[in-house]
Design a protein. Structure first.
Length: 135
């Protein structure tokens, strides 16, 4: 798949996801990114890590200890077989930090990182990622 094809796939996916109502644990940042990775790579990092994202209760398990969130995401990515990258391209996933200092998983969408939030979509500048994985 070319980078242009990946970018088109990301944009199509974002359009579909934004048409779905927000539901914690389902269409939130984690569920949205996990579905993307499963669609592109055929494996859910969340499932590979032995967890599920079905509802708000499942989602809250990832944020009970805020300092552990990045550790859990990193372990899920490793369990899914994903390698870190310093140069993410469209379709890769990462941990971003928004303008309020909140960390969230996101998809590289070409000109920004995309993620979901209860208030809608998050678009974070492409250089504002903490860690990224190739998909």
């Amino acid at each position: 798949m070319t980078e242009a094809d990946r970018l088109a796939a990301v944009r199509d996916y974002i359009a579909i996801e934004m048409g779905r109502p927000y539901e914690k644990g389902v269409t939130d940042c984690g569920g949205t990114i996990d579905r993307w990775v499963q669609k592109m790579a055929g494996v859910s990092p969340v499932s590979a890590f032995g967890r599920q994202l079905r509802n708000a209760e499942d989602a809250s398990e990832w944020t009970v200890v805020p300092q552990m969130f990045a550790v859990l995401v990193n372990r899920a990515a490793r369990a899914g077989g994903f390698k870190k990258t310093a140069n993410p391209i469209p379709g890769d996933v990462g941990l971003i930090i928004n303008e309020k200092g909140v960390m969230a998983p996101a998809i590289h969408a070409g000109d920004c990182w995309f993620s979901r939030h209860e208030t809608g979509a998050l678009a974070v500048p492409i250089d504002k990622f903490w860690k990224a994985w190739s998909v």
